[in-house]
Design a protein around this ligand. Structure first.
Ligand code: EPZ
Length: 426
């Protein structure tokens, strides 16, 4: 077990290379189950959730190999359709093997997914939509069992533009006879990336990026070579850290178009940001002004995954910033931790009012979810004195090399072992 020790106050200056998107590579890895010949995926981050996805693929009989940031996946030998509990429970995106195994094997058995505790996070939309297409479900002893009883094509109307439900439907229908049209589907760039991979493997899917996606099932999918798009939330993370601390950073291999609402807010707060192709340069004095009200929303709205991180960046901004969280029920777990540093935040239901304070002081902080962990680190970098951040298991799921990248930018940050709790031999 480790914790991070941070001594705040340093400006951040230098270059960071952004990795491939966690929330794209995970559905694409599940999609590899549909391919009967090998796939080569470039720009894959080496993070805990990807290691878990690779372990699931291998438990199903697939072969996987990592060569730097390239993953080679051979699902030709896929022979199982059950995802065991110890793997499924480690992350939310294990649920995507439901659609993938239904497509490849006609059935699937998997324990319910884990992931960040952001609220109830049900899978009712996944189940109801697949049932409408002819899948039958049983839930016994914590295991969801699914099988095609028949395969009906037609229209699916999603009441929420659920990212995961859209991805599961894309996976389940890619190899299905007939045509299925999704209405009210998610429009995130990661959905477009998944469709890009599926089309490269021979799928017939149209409407990427729109709320209406039409899938014409094909008989089989061949292997594909594909490059995962840049991680827009990792990009937002480094931009917010540098904005709050002050400094000059250049982010490489990213795409500013994927996080326009975040960049707009940081410019509003007083940062100078230039997007040029796959690079973003940010200059900040560290003396920010409050941002106009932020309401999180499905893409292309303000991304819920960047809410905590931007909030941390504006804790000392002049004026009041208001954040409204509309996507998840419990996505303010970072607020009481930020208040330990002296942040002036008033929570009321789905709204957090953040009044800038002149100073933040170090404190011991505990992360409860992935993006909350990034927010606590951001706040620790702004605070005077030393802060500790515990709960790093969340961080390892979604960020590669964060600590070293921050060190390279000039931050005073290091991870240290936490002594194992002393157990008295009774
Ligand atoms: C994906 O989660 C991302 N995770 C999340 O990123 C991201 O915050 C979220 O999309 C929204 O953009 C991955 O891609 C692995 P949803 P997902 O289904 O698919 C409700 C991160 O930090 N809902 O779009 O679980 C749900 O409870 C993570 O990288 C239902 O009610 O999100 C939530 O309130 C955190 N029934 C809302 O919809 C369902 O069947 C959006 O969830 C499904 C979802």
């Amino acid at each position: 077990m480790k914790k991070l020790l941070i001594t705040g106050g340093a400006r951040l200056s230098g270059t960071v290379r952004i990795h491939g998107a966690k929330n794209s590579v995970l559905p694409v890895l599940a999609a590899c189950c549909l391919c009967t010949s090998p796939c080569v995926l470039h720009n894959c981050p080496d993070i805990e959730d990807v290691r878990t996805a690779l372990a699931i693929l291998e438990s199903l009989g697939c072969k996987t190999r990592r060569e730097g940031s390239t993953l080679c996946i051979d699902a030709s030998g896929l022979s199982k359709f059950r995802v065991e509990k110890r793997l499924a429970g480690k992350m939310r995106s294990s649920i995507l093997f439901l659609g993938a195994l239904l497509a490849r094997c006609g059935k699937a058995e998997l324990a319910l997914p884990g992931g960040c505790p952001l609220g109830e996070r049900p899978i009712d939309l996944h189940v109801k939509s697949l049932a409408k297409l002819g899948a039958r479900f049983r839930f016994e002893k914590g295991i969801l069992q699914a099988a095609w009883r028949e395969r009906r094509d037609g229209d699916i109307f999603l009441s929420i533009p659920s990212v995961g439900a859209t991805e599961n439907l894309l996976l389940a229908c890619a190899l299905m006879n007939g045509t299925v049209t999704l209405h009210g589907a998610a429009r995130e760039p990661e959905i477009t990336d998944l469709i890009g991979f599926l089309r490269a493997a021979g799928a017939d899917i149209r409407g990427a990026g729109s709320g209406d996606i039409t899938i014409r099932g094909v008989k089989k999918l061949h292997g594909a070579t594909y490059t995962i798009l840049p991680d827009r939330i990792e990009t937002a993370t480094y931009l917010c850290m540098a904005a709050g601390c002050g400094g000059e950073v250049e982010l490489q291999r990213c795409d500013g178009r994927l996080l326009a609402p975040v960049i707009e807010r940081l410019r509003e707060a007083g940062c100078e940001i230039n997007c040029d192709g796959s690079e973003i340069a940010l200059k900040s004095s560290g003396k920010l002004t409050a941002v106009s009200p932020v309401t999180t929303a499905p893409y292309p709205g303000f991304p819920t995954d960047a809410q905590a991180i931007l909030m941390a960046a504006v804790l000392r901004a002049k004026g009041e910033s208001v954040f409204q969280e509309t996507v998840f029920e419990r996505r303010f777990l970072h607020v009481p931790e930020l208040q330990k540093l002296g942040a002036d935040i008033v929570l009321s239901g789905k709204t957090a009012r953040v009044r800038g304070v002149a100073h933040l002081h170090g404190a011991m902080l505990r992360a409860e979810d992935l993006r909350g962990a990034a927010a606590l680190i951001t706040a620790g970098l702004l605070a005077e004195g030393e802060s500790e951040v515990l709960g790093l298991s969340h961080l390892a799921r979604g960020y590669e090399n964060l600590e070293q990248n921050l060190k390279n930018l000039g931050a005073a940050i290091k991870s240290v072992d936490i002594p194992a709790p002393f157990v008295y031999n009774t």
